[in-house]
Design a protein around this ligand. Structure first.
Ligand SMILES: Nc1ncnc2c1ncn2[C@@H]1O[C@H](COP(=O)(O)OP(=O)(O)OP(=O)(O)O)[C@@H](O)[C@H]1O
Length: 260
């Protein structure tokens, strides 16, 4: 086992606001984690540190064995696949879908003077195919529906063959069909031994793909529970995380929750 993310006593403070409080967490290369928690729990902040885009105020964080603070984060970021709303906003709407995926090889969001070869194009097309987007390669990104954009973003995050894949709310805004198609693709990815470690933030247990192995429950910047999903994702832990009684149903590797 190789550790791809290691947090020790991580705290993030902004003014009087403590956004993360004493977070210790270890992600192995074969892990597939889901991060759940209410609005403002600190999930996106956690992903910012995991993608080497933010440093802890206190404590230590290593990403792919590199200690944040002692390393060139530009080099490190290329080894981390990230899909997030903030990144999607930077994609030029007139860029073609193929270019949106392909430009991730250089860590940029729009095509300019970088050089690409046929290998890059073939890889971008194969990733679009894997997410059911092969018919959209020549379309402008700005003309896609929300669900189509989400699938392109996940394909893009895999383009540089990352050593860890971070997905911040990949299923947000999708309809039932779009969500299920994305979850099938993510389940397939999770089940493939060649896939990198995956960490996915979501608001809904219904969006946990089959095959995810671990869960972290966050509330107010603190870990409520973290560990293997079968033993950690319980009605009790969810009730504590959301501050209300929650009923949880598990079936065939999928979950559903509602107020008890
Ligand atoms: N620069 C900042 N200064 C002050 N507070 C901040 C700053 N950045 C984030 N916060 C606060 O930190 C908390 C955690 O934010 P974060 O975006 O990590 O939460 P989240 O769990 O991803 O929330 P959501 O589910 O709503 O996306 C929020 O209360 C937010 O307002």
């Amino acid at each position: 086992m190789t550790e791809v993310l290691g947090f020790e006593g991580v705290r993030v403070r902004r003014g009087d606001n403590e956004i993360l409080r004493d977070v210790s967490w270890s992600v192995a290369d074969s892990d597939r984690w889901v991060i759940l928690g209410p609005n403002g729990a600190g999930k996106t902040t956690l992903m910012q540190i995991a993608s080497a885009r933010m440093f802890p105020t206190e404590g230590s964080a290593t990403v792919l064995g590199e200690h944040l603070g002692d390393t060139d984060t530009r080099e490190l970021r290329v080894r981390v696949g990230l899909s997030s709303a903030a990144l999607a906003e930077r994609i030029p709407p007139h860029e073609t879908v193929r270019n949106v995926v392909m430009t991730a090889a250089h860590g940029v969001t729009g095509r300019w003077q970088e050089e690409y070869d046929s290998f890059d194009e073939d890889r971008a097309d194969a990733l679009l195919w894997a997410f059911g987007m092969e018919g959209f390669a020549d379309r402008e990104f700005g003309t896609l529906s929300e669900g189509e954009r989400k699938r392109v973003q996940v394909a893009r995050s895999l383009m540089p063959d990352p050593e860890v894949l971070l997905l911040d709310e990949p299923a947000a805004g999708l309809d039932l069909g779009g969500r299920e198609e994305l979850l099938s693709a993510l389940s397939e990815l999770a089940g493939d031994r060649r896939s990198p470690a995956i960490v996915m933030v979501t608001h809904h247990v219904e969006e946990i793909p089959v095959g995810f192995t671990h869960v972290m429950l966050l509330r107010g910047g603190e870990i409520v529970a973290a560990g293997p999903i079968e033993e950690t994702l319980t009605a009790e832990a969810l009730s504590q995380t959301y501050g209300m009684p929650v009923e949880l149903v598990a079936s065939g590797g999928r979950y559903a929750a509602r107020r008890a």
